[in-house]
Design a protein around this ligand. Structure first.
Ligand code: V47
Length: 632
């Protein structure tokens, strides 16, 4: 975050210093941010944080909104969508009606609706199962915490059981609706019969524990105070510290419609919308994404928000009713081309994503992949981009994008480089360990030899570490295990005998442990004890098809940024240690444990590893349960 901001409001300066040191903002800080008139500096701060996390990426998904019914047992004051059975605008959709709204291009279906007094539990399960059967590539994001609580009470099932059965029927993630504002004062006045903050948050925590990531929202711009907004953000941040299960935060701008809410029965101002986005980005330091929901913001404000902290534009959103029934003036749907244009016009990379924010397609050229882990920052912290754009992406996804010719260069996982040697050209820079790594960890209930035939959960991020694990198991210890791919982030590990984690998540768990797993192995230490060699996890490579000038320019840029980065390890450590739960001294020691230059011993290590890999029969991927990630 090496950016100079010329503040007009000097009250923002100490907050900016905190942000740069990776320190957490307080309630008071949040209020100062909301009260400032220096909106441009606020936006610059939020944009700097956005760039740090998401590079130049802005995510969107091809999605369809389905609201199966507007008949609802509740009557919240702010909602113009809900009605009662028998009223003229009341409707109910059959499963066939729902299927009729879906097409094979869609990647996500977003289902929420009224709390119907008469529908049966089986109907909801059937809805998900049937969608999954007809559209196996569609990921289902469905049912807010309000609906989950309704199912729990109506069908006399525990919250866990409701979520477990929905997950089994095909639920992937939960939307963030129903949070409104976590203030008892507001709840009593606007939605007194709806669940309060505690129940909403508890349901999301349970979902996270069961391996269902979720979204989160705030409904702002009605009777809430600035303090209530900041308190809302802080409560979400606390839960995220515990679970890491929130994917994105969505500020929902209140649409007044006929709701009759006084005294602010009007649309939010663009300034307030942009402040809400920027403050959210700055306060929610542990949230991966902030969504500019164009349906409620308008396309114009959403577009500016992409330089005010938001890195997520939701999607094409066919068929939204809640906002439109309350007077939203936005179109009912945006085409993919229109979304791509909005993102490009904001100077960003349009990244089509899946429900977990894995990139599927990039709609721009000159993109460089960035591994989003602490150990790669010495390469990226001072990278001068010139015409190139930066996409943070996990090692495994980077390999997939390179295979589809969507990246010009990147710090590729070694396994991906080795399998794409004919199209990629290696540069003399790498991430190599000296003896241990501390960020590629196997958490296990069994010693190495006892892992024979056991199930090992593999986080989705890894491409090389999983192969190293396989080599160690098969070649060093003579055993084979079953590998099962997991979504990185929230998971239920109950069915695993061991779990392989990499990157910052592994570092976090190295401190706190992982559930009840008693043994922790560092794969680089294992390799070193066995081979007496460093281990090369990643190498820089550029696409061979680039012009010679472009390749040379990239090589010089990498060299120059590494030179500065290596001299700046302390600042990098200070800025990033806190979010992993490490001290800056520990982070510094960790970074000093890497070698970033490809020397003789590193080349030898690559050769030995490649030889071992080719001697292993069958592909590691062949033993994976890839059911959640068919696109690879
Ligand atoms: O919970 C109701 C809100 C929400 C109004 O998770 C209103 O990806 C504005 O949560 N003006 C539902 N908002 C929508 C929602 C959502 C939308 C897009 C993406 C995601 C996601 C979630 O809409 C409700 C309520 O807070 N709402 N009435 C209104 N008049």
């Amino acid at each position: 975050m090496a950016q100079i901001i010329h503040f007009r409001d000097t009250h923002l300066l100490p907050i900016w210093e905190k942000v740069q040191r990776g320190e957490r903002l307080t309630l008071e800080d949040g209020l100062t941010l909301f009260r400032t008139n220096d909106v441009i500096s606020l936006g610059k701060m939020a944009h700097a944080v956005q760039r740090e996390r998401s590079g130049d990426a802005v995510y969107f998904v091809l999605n369809q909104k389905i609201e199966p019914t507007n008949i609802c047992v509740l009557a919240c004051k702010f909602c113009d969508f809900a009605t009662k059975a028998g009223r003229p605008k009341a409707y109910e959709m059959t499963i066939q009606d729902i299927l009729g709204k879906l097409t094979p291009e869609i990647h996500e279906v977003h289902i929420t609706g009224g709390l119907h007094p008469d529908w049966h539990w089986e109907y909801y399960l059937d809805m998900l199962r049937t969608i999954k059967r007809h559209f196996p590539n569609v990921d289902i994001k469905a049912f807010t915490a309000v609906e989950i609580d309704f199912f729990h009470k109506k069908f006399k099932l525990s919250i866990e059981e409701v979520l477990r059965q929905l997950k089994e029927a095909g639920l992937r993630t939960m939307p963030g609706g129903g949070a409104e504002v976590f203030s008892e004062r507001v709840r009593k006045r606007l939605f007194s019969s709806k669940i309060g903050a505690k129940t909403w948050l508890d349901i999301h925590k349970i979902a996270h524990r069961l391996g269902i990531p979720t979204n989160s929202t705030i409904l702002y711009g009605h009777i809430e105070t600035q303090q209530e907004r900041v308190e809302h953000l802080i409560r979400l941040r606390e839960v995220q510290d515990e679970t890491r299960g929130f994917l994105t935060f969505i500020p929902l701008a209140f649409q007044p419609g006929e709701t009759g809410i006084k005294p602010t029965n009007r649309f939010t101002s663009a300034i307030d919308d942009l402040k809400m986005i920027a403050v959210s980005r700055l306060m929610l330091d542990n949230f991966p994404h902030i969504k500019a929901y164009w349906v409620m913001l308008t396309e114009e404000v959403a577009s500016v928000a992409l330089n005010f902290g938001a890195d997520d534009l939701d999607g094409t959103v066919g068929g939204e009713k809640i906002a439109h029934d309350a007077g939203a003036i936005t179109p009912m749907q945006l085409t993919k081309d229109k979304i791509i244009k909005i993102i490009r016009d904001a100077g960003k990379i349009p990244v089509e994503r899946d429900v977990y924010y894995n990139p599927l397609n990039l709609y721009t050229s000159d993109v460089i992949g960035k591994i989003p882990y602490l150990n790669s920052l010495p390469f990226y912290h001072h990278f001068e981009k010139r015409q190139f754009k930066m996409l943070p992406v996990t090692p495994r996804r980077m390999g997939v994008l390179a295979r589809n010719n969507q990246l010009d260069a990147g710090l590729f996982s070694l396994a991906d480089y080795l399998s794409q040697k004919d199209t990629l050209m290696m540069l003399p820079y790498c991430i190599a360990t000296r003896d241990q790594v501390k960020s590629v960890m196997l958490f296990s209930n069994h010693g190495w030899r006892e892992l024979a035939g056991k199930t090992i959960g593999i986080v989705d991020d890894t491409a090389t570490s999983v192969r190293l694990l396989q080599v160690l198991l098969e070649k060093r210890y003579g055993v084979k295990a079953e590998f099962r791919r997991m979504h990185s982030g929230v998971n239920s590990y109950d069915e695993c005998d061991a779990v392989l984690m990499i990157g910052d998540e592994a570092m976090r768990h190295q401190k706190t442990g992982l559930q009840s797993f008693e043994l922790v192995y560092d794969l680089a230490s294992e390799w070193y004890q066995w081979q007496n060699l460093p281990f090369v996890f990643a190498v820089w490579a550029v696409r061979k098809s680039l012009t010679k000038e472009k390749r040379e320019e990239l090589s010089l840029l990498i060299q120059a940024s590494l030179k500065k980065g290596e001299l700046d390890l302390e600042r990098i450590s200070v800025a990033h240690a806190k979010r992993i739960g490490w001290s800056s001294g520990e982070a510094m020691e960790y970074l000093e444990g890497f070698n970033y230059h490809l020397g003789e011993r590193e080349r030898e290590a690559i050769g030995v590893f490649e030889g071992l890999l080719t001697s292993i029969e069958g592909e590691a991927e062949g033993t994976m349960d890839g059911s959640q990630h068919q696109q690879n």
